[in-house]
Design a protein around this ligand. Structure first.
Ligand SMILES: [Cu+2]
Length: 548
């Protein structure tokens, strides 16, 4: 018998405002587990953990560079990959690999990335954490239509992905959420077409931002959940002199680690509870509306991998690319004295000073860069990276096997990493409130409205600083495009242990409120505010804001 676990919620079934109906123990358990979503059990035979070596995504080299710009090309394509040993999984990939290839670009240099879409579906690329002009930000209706859909660069029709079908899909989405949910979308008439491209699109990232671990992923309206679930995610690292000058671990001891949970059918194909398996209509079946949790934990695309490490410091760039899963990451065993995970950076790059943690809680889309000193463990120790918010298989992530070799390590973690500008709440010209809730009639909403492309909920002035206050019913990781922000307060008190530095995604637990300070810089235009639980996002928990 496969056990179905109902992690977290009940609140969604009860509707908005239902939190008051929780008994205290239930609410406390929900807070403790911190887990939205529902587990989707694999049907495939799953491997024992810690058998597969940790892969590191390939580095993407520019096809061309000049004095100011590095030019890259990526083909989005279907690939059959061996994720579970002995089985093949058909995935949607950037360049044939999962994760996609890693871009590593210098701050101050422009990166121009041409994406060609050879997938059977339209796609949209968003650089998460990118400080990006609006036309390259991956607005959810700025589609790249498949190259194979009968366009000049393509080879044959793909009727399901025609524009008409897309618009029909969007109209059905509006039916799905109820007309109240998408008030401007009673039918196709007002569906903004977006800046559609045939077969390929070139995204320009000016690189006017500091070193940080960013990632790129699909952002298609209504289908970001299945898009990322099927493999459309990769790292985009921004490097700079300030970070380089620090004596932090580098080279093979600087590792990007993309965490993702997935579920597999018997034949190795991915399971996903789409309401429409053909993906013409967005959303998941009702029981998964809180979010889809897989029972296989992948790191860089490998199930529960292992890595032999030197007795030395490592910089681990942790990214949670899961659709809905929240992790509490911890080493087991802990080294004597604890504080094994020394955080040096968050979503937006270096912190002012390192923050030592026993555990790191990482919500969807967040990044935490930590330094782990494996010299604190005896040679031959097997150190598991565990997920205290998981159970059984999802409680394990990967394993580090500490080598007995003698190595040199001249890295250190300085007491001071950089100086950060502190945004000043006194300079804020506006305070805006955004409620993230489920409504009975219209799915997941922001300020009681489901997403409608082209309807802005805020119009901050270019160059101004504002306070944005987010509050929730249940658990939502809130993400802002364009600029990183600083957490000002959490539930009216000081920011939490994971709120340090510049962030682009802030995790809200049930009934929490968080205030952030954000300054809108450099680029006017339309950007997004949304929940990064991808099932919530796809079911309308997004909003536009326009920087003017
Ligand atoms: Cu959400």
């Amino acid at each position: 018998m496969r056990r179905r676990r109902f992690l977290g919620l009940g609140a969604a079934a009860l509707g908005a405002g239902a939190l008051g109906a929780f008994t205290l123990p239930a609410a406390a358990r929900l807070l403790a587990e911190g887990q939205p979503g529902r587990l989707l059990d694999s049907l495939a035979e799953l491997p024992e953990p810690f058998q597969v070596p940790l892969p590191v995504p390939p580095l993407l080299h520019p096809v061309r560079t000049d004095g100011t710009t590095d030019h890259y090309e990526i083909t989005q394509q279907v690939a059959r990959l061996e994720i579970l040993p002995g089985l093949r999984t058909e995935m949607w990939t950037y360049g044939g690999s999962y994760p996609g290839p890693t871009l590593a670009v210098r701050s101050g240099r422009q990166a121009v990335v041409r994406h060609r879409n050879e997938l059977p579906v339209p796609s949209v690329v968003h650089l998460h954490g990118g400080h990006t002009p609006a036309e390259s930000d991956g607005y959810p209706t700025d589609l790249i239509l498949p190259a194979a859909a009968g366009h000049p660069s393509g080879a044959g029709p793909a009727p399901a992905t025609s524009h008409a079908a897309l618009l029909a899909g969007a109209a059905r989405a509006s039916d799905l959420h109820g007309t109240a949910g998408m008030p401007g979308m009673p039918g196709t008439a007002r569906m903004p077409v977006g800046r559609t491209a045939d077969g390929d699109r070139t995204y320009t990232y000016p690189g006017r931002q500091r070193a940080a671990t960013l990632w790129y992923h699909d952002h298609r309206m209504g289908f970001t959940g299945p898009g990322i679930w099927r493999g459309l995610a990769g790292f985009h690292l921004v490097l700079d002199d300030e970070d380089d000058a620090l004596p932090l671990p580098r080279g093979d001891r600087d590792l990007p680690l993309m965490l993702a949970d997935r579920s597999f059918a018997e034949d190795g194909s991915l399971l996903y509870p789409a309401v429409d398996p053909t993906l013409a209509v967005p959303g998941v079946t009702d029981e998964y509306m809180n979010g889809v949790l897989g029972d296989v934990i992948l790191v860089n695309g490998a199930p529960w991998p292992r890595l032999e490490v030197d007795r030395a410091r490592y910089r681990l760039r942790l990214l949670n690319s899961s659709n809905a899963r929240l992790y509490r990451l911890e080493l087991d065993p802990q080294p004597a004295g604890g504080n094994a995970l020394v955080q040096i950076a968050g979503d937006g790059g270096l912190l002012e000073a390192p923050v030592a943690h026993d555990a790191v809680e990482i919500a969807p889309a967040e990044r935490f860069e930590v330094v782990v000193d494996f010299a604190r463990f005896a040679p031959g120790t097997s150190v598991r990276l565990v997920n205290r918010f998981g159970s059984e298989r999802t409680a394990e992530v990967m394993r580090f096997d500490v080598s007995s070799r003698t190595v040199t390590d001249d890295s250190t973690v300085p007491e001071r990493l950089c100086s950060l500008e502190r945004l000043d709440a006194g300079t804020a010209v506006a305070t805006r409130r955004f409620g993230f809730r489920r409504s009975r009639s219209s799915g997941w909403t922001i300020n009681n409205q489901g997403y409608e492309p082209g309807r802005a909920v805020a119009a901050p002035a270019l160059g101004s600083t504002e306070i944005w206050r987010f509050f929730t019913d249940v658990h939502h990781p809130v993400h802002l495009h364009l600029d990183h922000f600083q957490v000002l307060s959490r539930n009216g008190a000081a920011p939490g242990p994971y709120d340090a530095g510049w962030k682009d995604t802030v995790d809200l637990r049930p009934a929490e409120s968080v205030e952030v300070l954000v300054r809108f810089t450099d680029y006017p235009g339309t950007y997004m505010l949304h929940c990064h639980n991808l099932e919530h996002e796809d079911m309308a928990m997004m909003a536009d804001f326009v920087v003017e």
